[in-house]
Structures are given as C-alpha cells and as structure tokens.
Write a protein that binds this ligand. Structure first.
Ligand SMILES: [Zn+2]
Length: 425
C-alpha cells in the first residue's frame, strides 16, 4: 500500500505529492510503460478577447465558460491550465447522465505568479464540463486550456517526489553541442523515466499555451512539466523537445526515452512541440528555424529521414482525434521539413561538432553508460586509442569540464569524459 503525503517545496506554492512506499512494496513503481497510450487531448482552448467573449458572468460574480461538451468521450478528470493576474477562485463541475454536479473548487497543483495548473476529479463517465472563476476587480483571464480525460487509478503510482539525487540518472540526450537549453538550465524537476527506445520518426505538436507569451519560456516549460506530472500523472514532460518563442530549443524528456505525446504511437517517436497555439497564427520564422535545427540534429544522430513519411503532425498519428499541431503549423509542415533539410543541425561549437573521432589522453579512460561516473563502466580505452564520436553532451563535471562524448568503440556504445579525450580529426 502507498501513503500519499503532502509536502510544500521551497518557498513557492508548488505542491508535491510524495508517494511513500511501505516495506515489502517494491518493483511496482513502474508507470512508464503506460505512457505508450498517453498524449494531450484538448477540449477547450482560448485566449485574450476570444476567451473573454465566450465567458458569461453568473449571479455570484463568477466568470463562467460555455459547456464543454464531451459526449462520446467520457472522462473522470478535468485538467486545467490558465493565466490570470491576482487572486482567483477556480471551480468546475461535470455532467453525468444529463445532470450536473455541484460546483467544486479545483485542486491547485501549481502556481507561479499568474500561471496556474489545476485538476478536478469527477464521476466516471462524465460527458460534459464547465468551469468558473472568481477574479479580482478588473482582472480577466488571459488564457485557458482544458483537457478532459480518463485518469487511470494505476497512474497514482507515479513517483511524484522531487528527488535531487535522481539527477544523475537523467539519461543524456544527443542533440548537437549547445543546441538545446538543458533541463538544468530551464529548471526542470529531475526525473528518471523509461523505458528507452530507438528514435525513428518525429511528430510535431503545439503546447496549447499563449502566443506572444507574457512569461519567460523557461517558466512556461516548467509549468508544462508540472502539469504533465501532477495533473496528467505522467513521469515527466511528455514531449522530447519544446520550441520556444525565443527561438531556443528546450530539452524535455530525453529523446531516447519513451515519451507521452502521441497516444498509440509513442514508441520510437520523438515529440517536438512548438510553444503556443497555432490554429490561426503560424510560428515565427525563427521558431521554425530552431525546430529545423533540432530535426536535423535528430536526423543526423538517429538516421531519421526528413520527409513527410517520417515527420508528421500529431493529427496524423496515433489514436487521438486531435487538431494538434493547429492548422497554421500543420499547413507549414512541408516548409518546416525543407528548412530542416537545409539546416546545419545547429551546434555552437563547430570544432567539436565537426569531429568524428576522439582520442584518449590518459592511461585508461572508462566508457560509462551515462555521462557521469556514478554507474559501473561498460568498457575502457587506453592512451592514444580512438573511438567514433557520435555526439557531445553535457554531463557530470570532471576535472573542470562538463563535456562528455558519446562514442562507439567496436560494439560498445557509451560515454567518455571530455576531460581526458580530445578530437583526433
Ligand atoms: Zn499534439
């Protein structure tokens, strides 16, 4: 059995559910394989004037959404993300067998200034939802996105605890040097997810968050990660990469780990999500170029062809009936693929990205399964030996450098510290 404990983390209002396993309760905390059937599934999304024109005001002064009709798509949880300044009371209700529940306050799972995540658990097989918000005088909702979905009880086994020591277990992504904003740079909660997979296709999404965002991209990515973990019950942010409105690429779940972005089609599939809502407006050219760089990098690393067969929009794959990644972005996919084909694949360190062979500068250098020294070596190299460089990644700092090389020597593929190896060509 598990005991759920509420913990207040740091000084903000992030509420973390820590699942404490009792003695004798081992090996069942493996939520990850369930994620093969997970993705986002938006029921309502709007922002600014378009949003506020759809809200009405009830007798108690709440701003009320239209009924979100989900007949044929039964659910037991409502997931909500919204932006609003000031204090707010957020409530929801659900329709079941043609009758409405009472209003209930949403469970708040994340607040960062004006950005909120919440959820409401409702009767199983509900088929309609409605939300209402009591706002400060003069305040208005700037953004609202709502999902309705079946939250599987088993997903409550997900270990939601923030575990600083798990950082060393974060698998390493293989994006070209300097191409991505790393998880530590955007302030990711450390997660250890699995299983690994072998990327062979790319799926393009949008995040259903505001365009012309008023908050920083790292803050928006943190909100998305928290929503995916605490409201959806996933192991980590569902996407592998997020394309910021600042034209930077944010590393989500590392790409060689199964994601949660295209239900029924997550295996071997790398999810790339543009931050924003691109039904009407297209992403900026700078965002498209940023996405093109990571696509080229993935193509080079994993041999993924850059064509319409291997690069698809979310609506084309899996089992979810979705408009993702929005008409404007979807209609630009061929242009995006052309940009990727012509991209350099990014990387700020042209010296090392051009290097295909590395040479050992010390007597013996261990090959590790990850870019750190915490796990047992899987092989070793001796002074002067070379190995094929597959990628450079950022890992544990060793002797003053955090650069590691992902290398192949014979049949062994692993990581060596850049502190004791250098480019040989
Ligand atoms: Zn999507």
């Amino acid at each position: 059995m598990h005991t759920a404990t509420l913990v207040l983390a740091r000084s903000n209002v992030l509420v973390v559910l820590a699942i404490v396993a009792a003695a004798g309760c081992v090996n069942e905390l493996n939520p990850h394989t369930r994620e093969a059937d997970a993705d986002h599934n938006v029921a309502f999304v709007a922002q600014d004037d378009t949003l506020n024109s759809q809200l009405t005001t009830d007798a108690e002064g709440y701003r009320v959404t239209p009924v979100i009709d989900r007949r044929g798509e039964p659910f037991n949880r409502i997931g909500v993300r919204y932006d609003v300044a000031g204090t707010v009371v957020a409530e929801g209700r659900a329709r079941h067998d043609d009758s409405w529940s009472d209003w209930s306050e949403l469970t708040s799972t994340y607040v960062d200034d004006s950005v909120h995540n919440g959820l409401l658990d409702v009767e199983a097989d509900s088929d309609g939802a409605q939300l209402r918000f009591k706002l400060d005088d003069g305040a208005s909702l700037r953004f609202l996105v709502t999902e309705t979905f079946v939250f599987a009880p088993a997903a409550a086994d997900v270990d939601l605890e923030v575990d600083a020591e798990a950082a060393s277990e974060d698998l390493q992504g293989l994006a070209a040097d300097g191409l991505v904003v790393t998880r530590s740079q955007w302030g990711a909660r450390s997660r250890s997810c699995g299983p690994t997979h072998q990327p062979n296709r790319l799926t393009i999404h949008h995040t259903d968050t505001p365009n012309n965002d008023s908050i920083s991209m790292p803050a928006r990515v943190r909100q998305i990660q928290n929503y995916h973990i605490n409201t959806r019950g996933w192991c980590d942010v569902g996407y592998h990469f997020l394309i910021g409105q600042d034209a930077r690429v944010y590393q989500g779940r590392v790409e060689n780990v199964l994601g949660a972005h295209a239900a029924g089609a997550n295996t071997d599939n790398v999810g790339i999500s543009f931050i924003g809502t691109f039904d009407d407006a297209a992403p900026s050219s700078a965002m498209l170029d940023a996405a093109a760089r990571i696509m080229k990098s993935m193509s080079r690393t994993y041999g993924i062809a850059l064509n319409r067969d291997r690069v698809q929009g979310h609506r084309q794959v899996g089992t979810t009936d979705t408009s993702c990644p929005g008409d404007a972005l979807y209609n630009g996919l061929s242009d995006l693929i052309s940009r990727a084909q012509g991209s350099t694949g990014g990387g700020t360190d042209s010296t090392t990205t051009a290097c295909s062979l590395v040479q050992v500068d010390t007597d013996t250098l261990n090959i590790r399964p990850d870019a750190n020294t915490s796990r047992a070596p899987i092989g070793s190299l001796t002074l002067g030996q070379t190995a094929t460089r597959l990628a450079s990644v950022t890992g544990q700092t060793v002797n003053g450098t955090s650069r590691w090389y992902r290398v192949q020597r014979g049949s062994v593929v692993g990581y060596i510290s850049g502190a004791y190896a250098s480019c040989a060509n």
